[in-house]
Design a protein around this ligand. Sequence first.
Ligand code: 6PG
Length: 248
Amino acid sequence: MSARFIVLPTPAAVAEAAADRIVASARNAIRRRGRFVIALSGGSAPRLVYPLLAAPPRRDAIDWSRVEFFWGDERAVAPDDPESNYGLARRLLLDHLPGIREASVHRMPADDPDHAAAAGRYENELRRIFALPPGGRRRPRIDLIWLGMGPDGHTASLFPGSRVLFERARWVALATAPKTSPVAARMTFTLPLINAARTALFVVAGADKAAAMRSIQARSPALPAARVRAASTLWLLDAAAAGAASPP
Ligand code: 6PG
């Protein structure tokens, strides 16, 4: 299915729309399948979205005991490091949710020095939660993978020119961010796993994303984010990222 784009006036409006989409997706999944499996994002967008999910009315609209939490990527830092995507979610979201089950919080172990084994363990966690046989060809069908996009068109920790972009078998792999990134060593979902999802939800804001967005909307396959084609791919953009003039 081709990607859909919704442009909203401000980053706050994008965050509200993202929180509402997550609530609707969670309620639908729980109603249909008894649970909701989400992969959370990193970057700055979660700082705006998490507080909306962690407060009424959205907080009380989901049975959080039915939610399995994964991460689409993580930096190779301790959980309490300010750069940790898990740590941000823990502080701004998970610690505020009633009924959450700690066994359903699947932190991505990017800080494990044995990176390869840790990536394999995370794949096995996905295999267990989706009851998939070892070595089988079926991939986990995550209900909603929440993604951001960097100014260079990266998403999760899939950066332009990286070999992991061409990974066809593994679901979780090691990655290296450019030197400009606060933490170079990363762990990330690969495209085969992301594209097996029911929904990929991009939450993107800021004029620094406008150039990459023009390429994405021109359907240029060059950028990593352009290669995300889940069953349903929805982009929530603010006016600046969409290249429109910011509202007066
Ligand atoms: C990370 C993220 C990364 C992020 C983009 C956008 O761990 O850094 O997963 O892919 O989503 O870099 O980040 P901003 O929303 O901060 O621009």
